[in-house]
Design a binder for this molecule. Structure first.
Ligand SMILES: Nc1ncnc2c1ncn2[C@@H]1O[C@H](COP(=O)(O)OP(=O)(O)OP(=O)(O)O)[C@@H](O)[C@H]1O
Length: 354
């Protein structure tokens, strides 16, 4: 049971479950989730497609009913205090459809009229750098400008708590950065923020604390630094080996020499963990200057030629891989491999404004 005392929480969730009927049988989207979001923090739900992030945020926003569990938003419950909660939160959905024949200013004024109090819409436009578009029809705005308009619409009620569901999916790098700045400003002004994302760099840059979600459960929780520190080393050394003899991959498999496994590198100086990665290996290390010379010595003794070697800082992606053995996502404008986003796989929420 949730403690009935005065809530110090922006959000309190206990034992949240959501089961959808599904075509081929029940789908457990959220499976016993606990969350504590404190006032003034930017809290991230990070996880792969289908992890249950959107389902969770929809329940917090009062758009969907839980199958089981308890939810408090700003110390209130949706069942009894829906009007009050709506007056105190701002919601930016994954996608928003706007009425085409309204200007930016008209739409902001309309949304402002839904709230008892809040700023003059003209003072909100500069917060999202849309003042020059005040009299433009919303249909003429670019994708990034429309996302920022959606944020402005969430701000006109002067919310204490804001929800952003995958705020930058599909945006180009410049538009992403502009939206990051808007979210950072809101945080600096003391607003509580909950955002979902499958971009680890976004979570790392924006969030004070992150819950990594997989299969409807929180599998890790902490500040980005705490989560990264769990790996036991701050650097990743990735390398691939040439095969000895004919054929083979970067692990030595398929050539004449016996294949190497990640264990072969586990006892090198400051190596905290080792895994197969793509066509080679990835070592989590504390001190690359100690680990790399020892690695080169070992490969020399084993007679294995090095094809390539790179080092980088540990990311939340590595935390996810260490926890699940899978990658968080294979794309992202600034992700690990720079491939184009997979885009609209699965369901996307669309909201019609006005
Ligand atoms: N209305 C629905 N009916 C049936 N299953 C659903 C429904 N909505 C979501 N699901 C399923 O519930 C699971 C969680 O989906 P959800 O959209 O919450 O995940 P997510 O982490 O937000 O993923 P994404 O990043 O793709 O938005 C998935 O298996 C999804 O297919």
């Amino acid at each position: 049971m949730i403690d009935p005392g005065p809530s110090r929480h922006a959000i309190l969730v206990r034992g949240l479950r959501k089961v959808y009927p599904g075509r081929t049988g029940p789908v457990v989207a959220v499976d016993g989730l606990d969350l504590d979001v404190f006032p003034g923090e930017c809290f991230g739900l990070l996880g792969p497609n289908g992890a249950g992030k959107t389902t969770t945020i929809e329940i917090l926003e009062g758009l969907s009913e839980p199958t089981d569990g308890e939810v408090e938003v700003l110390g209130r419950r949706w069942a009894t205090d829906a009007d009050e909660i709506r007056q105190r939160i701002g919601v930016t959905l994954q996608e928003t459809r706007f009425p085409e024949k309204m200007t930016v200013r008209e739409l902001l004024r309309l949304f402002r009229s839904f709230y008892r109090s809040g700023p003059d819409p003209d003072t909100v436009m500069p917060l999202v750098s849309l003042e020059s578009k005040a009299d433009a029809y919303v249909e003429t705005l670019s994708g990034g400008q429309q996302r920022r308009l959606a944020v402005a619409l969430a701000l006109v009620g002067d919310p204490e708590l804001l929800f952003f569901d995958e705020p930058t999916t599909g945006l180009d790098p410049q538009a992403r950065r502009q939206l990051w700045d808007v979210i950072r400003d809101l945080r600096q002004k003391g607003r509580s923020i909950v955002l979902t994302t499958h971009y680890m760099d976004e979570a790392e840059r924006l969030c004070d604390r992150i819950a990594i979600v997989d299969h409807g459960k929180v599998i890790a929780l902490g500040t980005p630094d705490e989560l990264i520190a769990r790996l036991g080393g701050e650097h990743i050394v990735e390398f691939a080996l040439g095969s000895v003899g004919v054929g083979g991959d970067g692990n030595g498999n398929g050539g004449d020499a016996p294949a190497l496994t990640p264990d072969a590198f586990a006892s090198l100086p400051t190596v905290a963990s080792s895994r197969a990665e793509g066509d080679g290996f990835a070592l989590t290390v504390g001190e690359p200057h100690a680990a790399i010379p020892a690695l080169l010595d070992l490969l020399d003794r084993l007679g294995r030629p090095l094809l390539r070697l790179t080092t980088r800082r540990v990311s939340l992606e590595d935390v996810f891989v260490a926890l699940t053995g899978r990658h968080l996502r294979d794309d992202g404008p600034e992700g690990t491999n720079g491939e184009a986003p997979a885009g609209g796989r699965g369901r996307r929420r669309r909201a019609r404004a006005g």
